[in-house]
Each structure stands twice: as C-alpha cells, then as structure tokens.
Ligand binder design. Structure first.
Ligand code: ADP
Ligand code: MG
Length: 540
C-alpha cells in the first residue's frame, strides 16, 4: 500500500490536472482551427479536391466536387465514386489512375483530362494526384483545376493567328497576282491590237487568217484570266452605290434558276428587311454566281442551294477574335449547299488563285475573285465545311451610312427594258451563252442560240418567223461576228447586231475590227447593262 499523499502532493496533482485540462482545451482549439482552416481553404480553392481509398471510396471532398455531384460534404464520405458518377468511361480512366498512384506510391500529373457536365458541356481539367498515407488504409489525394477557359482562350488565339497568317498569305499572293496581271494586261494590248489589225488586213481567203484568229482568241482568254486576277488583287474599278442585297438576290433568282441544274433546289430565305450596303451590283452578282456554280459542282447528285440574308451587329468581342474585322453593323449573305463539302486542307487554300481540286475542269479563280470582290467591298468571307456535310459561305458586308433612296432601282430588269422580239445569240463560251440566254428570256424576248457562225446559220434555217437582233461574239474561229452579220443581213436587211467582246471598247473600235458607232457591249456584262443595251439597239 502506498503512503497517503501529502496535502502538498494532492495540491500538486490537482494543479497538474488543471494544467492538463487547459492544455487539452488549447490543442482541441488548435485542431478545430486547423480543421476549419483546411475546410475553408479546400472549399475556397477553385479546384476539385478529394481523397479516395483503393476501392474508390471518398474519404474527403471539397464543396466544388460535392456540388458537381449534387451531394454534400457530409454525405459523400464513404460513398463509392462509381455510385455517383454517371459517365462510366470517364470514371474507369480516373479510377485506374488513382490505383496507379496508390499502388505505385508515386505522384501523377495529368496535364489534360475531360469531364462531361450534367448539361452535356465539357470541362477540361488539369489534375495532380499524390499518394496519401495519413490514414490507416492507403489513399490518393486529388486536386483538379478547371482549365476549360484557358484552353478556349488558347484555341482562340491559335485560330486568330491562323486567320492572320491566312490573310497575310492572300495579301502577298494578291500583290504578286496583281502585279503580274497588270503587266500582262499591258502586254496583251499590243498582242490583241495588232492581231485584230492583221485580221482586218487579210484577204477573206487568206490561209494565214485562221492562225491569227487563234492568236487573238488565245489572247482574249488570257485577258479573261487577267481580269479575274485583277479582281482577286482588288485592282478593279468598282461602281459603288447604295444596294439592297435582298433585291439583288430576288432579282437574280430566276436567272440562277435557269443557270443551275434542275436537280438542285434553290431556296431563298432573305431577312424581311436589310439596310443598304455600299456595293457594285455587277460584282455582287458575280460573287453569287461563282458561289452558286461551285455549289452546283459540289452536288453532282443534286441537292439544295440556300441563300439567306440577315442584319447583324458584329461587336468588339467578335472583331477581337476575327482577323481583319471591324466592329459594326453588317448584312450577312449566306450561301449553303448540301454537297460533298471539303476538308481542312481544302478550306485552307480555298481563296488562293489557281487552287482547284477539279483538275482540268477547274480554273481555281472563282473563289479568288469572290474574295477580292468581298474585300474590296470592305467585307469578310468565312467558310464552314466538313467532308460529306455540305458547305456554307458567309459573307459580311458593312451597312452603308446612306439612308436615302437606293440608286440601284434601275439595276436589273425593270419593265421598260423588256421586249418580245427574237434575238439570236452566237457565243462559244457556254457560261456567257447561257447567262445571256437567261437574261434575255427573262426580259421577255424569244431567244435562239448557237455556238458559232456555222451553227447560227443552221439554227436560222430551221427558224420560222422574224429575226430582229443578232447578239454575237466579235472574234470566233472560222467566221467572225462581223462576217456572220454581213451574211445574215444580206437576206434580212432589217436585222440589227450587237457585238459582245471581252476586249475593251476603245481598242476594238480604234483598231478597226468594228466600225465606229457600231453597237458593242463588253463581256462579262451585268444583267442591267445587257438588257439596256439590247433594248437600245432594238429601238435605235
Ligand atoms: P474551281 O471551281 O475552278 O475549282 P474555285 O476558286 O471556284 O475554283 O474553287 C476552289 C476549290 O474550292 C474547288 O476546286 C473546290 O475544291 C473547293 N470548293 C469551292 N466551293 C465549294 C463547295 N461549295 N463545296 C465543296 N468544295 C468547294
Ligand atoms: Mg469555281
């Protein structure tokens, strides 16, 4: 038996006990603060934080994570990850990585993993996992940061940079093409001019005539290419006026219908009203036609071609993420097809001159021309396409300050330019021929067509009824326009003639191919120009 403690000893013990209690309280307090601090920090950090055991059971989790799974911090402890995660494929990957960390006792960094949100959107995470050994059972501590926004910004920057480089490239190719076209244009003037003069000097039966005709014709074709290159390099003289894009489109509708194959449905979906833009109608028609023809090529089995317009405000944000775009009000013209579409590689080179995937059948100048015209209008063009999923071109043209009456009311097919006379079109270029045919038919004329002088005479032989006007190419192989006219007017003295040429007005007149004062129209002509000129000649 131990001795009874003395009073002093007892007092000492009581004191120690008191001391221990205080110490205990202090530690308890510290622990409480630590726990609270840890909890607050875990919930405050913009990351998913949790610890799991080898079976994937939550040991702890922060609020961001429990919010994501629609549960609470208290409830989630002891719950299997597999029981609350609906995306099993995602889960498998995560658990495998967890096990790897626990079993290997080595930390793991996953620079990028994706997680599907309940609303279907995707969150991109950067995740760190470390072995966590403080518990009895081995566990893994996981911290995942949401880097979705950073990824998006990076992608945006990459896109913008690609756009910038694309624009830069087209800019320099444009300078090159423009320079070449300009010089070629000058060289073509004497080639064509002297060629035409020689043609005039030759006797009708001179065997050398055919050779020179070939030279002149090749020159004309070169001139056509040069003209398109000039359009691409924005070196064309444009006739700007206030234009209602909806009107341009609706008036072009019938014409398109006649030019585009029957097995392609054409839908027009203009906005109920769009403000004026500043544009050159002839050039805008060229844009529509080029895009339509490409769409047609992309739908060999038929399909739907859709045109739509709407008014849109491109904000600072949009301007900041799209190369070369100024913020402001724009009229959007969309041209969509249900054709075979194109891959990224094609999309990248689309607007470059001479880029074509059509081999012999393509010139690769259609979209280059479109690009130049749109840019010269202060606009932008974007393409959206995927292989097998069709293509959409979107053209944004800045809204014009002008609010007054549009000056384009007289641009196309007004009633006073109509007629019912019979016109014979002689033109070897199928596109020009079909277009002229469509324009004149729309104006109410009876139209006969032929590819060359010889065919023209055959067509006329079979035609019963009057002929009022011949619309003919100037230079054609075998029989030129003038010879054809001379022959026909021999037995039809009242017939009138209107010459078309890709060659400029002055040069032809002055080189004596056509006599001064003869009716002449330059190719490619706008709808308005042709309708007006034809009426003028018929009435004159
Ligand atoms: P071309 O029509 O003479 O080939 P373009 O400049 O008009 O030249 O077009 C260039 C290329 O762009 C085409 O060869 C084609 O590969 C592609 N392309 C243009 N428009 C479309 C479209 N609507 N669908 C699919 N590919 C297209
Ligand atoms: Mg084309």
């Amino acid at each position: 038996m131990a001795d009874k403690p003395t009073y002093e000893e007892l007092e000492q013990r009581v004191q120690n006990l008191e001391q221990g209690k205080i110490e205990c309280k202090r530690v308890e307090n510290e622990l409480r603060i630590s726990k609270k601090l840890l909890r607050d920090v875990m919930d405050m950090v913009p990351a998913f934080i949790c610890a799991k055991d080898l079976d994937g059971r939550f040991i702890l989790a922060n609020k961001k994570l429990t919010d994501f799974y629609g549960t609470t911090v208290e409830e989630i402890t002891g719950v299997l990850h597999a029981d609350i995660c609906e995306n099993k494929k995602e889960l498998q990957g995560m658990l495998a990585a967890d096990r790897e960390v626990i079993n290997g006792e080595k930390p793991k960094h996953i620079p990028e993993e994706t997680m599907k949100n309940p609303d279907g959107s995707i969150t991109v995470l950067e995740t760190y996992k470390i072995p966590f050994t403080a518990y009895d059972d081995p566990a893994v501590l996981i911290v995942s940061t949401d880097i979705t926004e950073r990824k998006r910004a990076e992608e945006e920057r990459g896109k913008l940079e690609a756009q910038f480089q694309g624009a830069q490239k087209l800019e320099s190719v444009g300078r090159l093409a423009g320079g070449v076209a300009h010089d070629l244009n000058n060289l073509l003037a004497p080639i064509l001019g002297y060629g035409e003069m020689l043609l005039q000097d030759f006797d009708r039966n001179d065997t050398r005539k055919a050779s020179v005709e070939q030279i002149v014709e090749a020159g004309m074709r070169a001139r056509d290419i040069v003209r398109q290159l000039l359009a691409f390099s924005r070196k064309q003289a444009l006739e700007f006026k206030a234009v209602d894009l909806n009107k341009v489109l609706t008036r072009f509708e019938k014409l398109l219908r006649r030019t585009i194959r029957e097995d392609i449905a054409i839908r027009f979906m203009p906005a109920s009203q769009v403000p004026f833009i500043r544009g050159d109608i002839g050039q805008l028609e060229q844009v529509i036609m080029n895009l339509a023809v490409n769409a047609q090529d992309a739908m060999p089995e038929g399909g739907t071609l859709t045109f739509d317009t709407f008014l849109t405000e491109l904000g600072e944000d949009y301007a900041a993420t799209h190369e070369g775009v100024k913020s402001g009000a724009y009229v959007m013209l969309g041209v969509s097809d249900t054709g075979y579409g194109m891959g990224a590689e094609t999309c990248e080179h689309l607007f470059e001159p001479f880029f074509s995937t059509k081999g012999e059948h393509g010139t690769g100048l259609g979209l280059a021309t479109v690009y130049g015209i749109v840019k010269q209008h202060g606009g932008n063009i974007w393409v959206y396409s995927e292989i097998g999923k069709g293509t959409t071109f979107k053209i944004y043209l800045p809204v014009s300050e002008e609010t007054g009456a549009p000056s384009e009311s007289d641009s196309m097919g007004p009633p006073d330019l109509q007629g019912s006379e019979t016109i014979l079109i002689v033109e070897d270029n199928a596109q020009v021929r079909n277009l002229s045919h469509a324009i004149l038919k729309r104006q109410g004329y009876k139209v006969l067509v032929a590819e060359n002088g010889k065919e023209a005479l055959t067509v006329l032989n079979q035609h019963e009824g009057p002929l009022h006007l011949i619309l003919t190419d100037v230079v054609m192989p075998k029989m030129d326009g003038k010879a054809l006219f001379d022959q026909i007017s021999g037995y039809n003295p009242d017939v009138k003639v209107l010459y078309m040429s890709g060659y400029t007005n002055d040069v032809i007149a002055h080189r004596g191919v056509l006599d001064e004062g003869m009716n002449f129209i330059q190719k490619p002509c706008s709808v308005q120009a042709l309708a007006a000129k034809v009426r003028e000649v018929l009435d004159g």
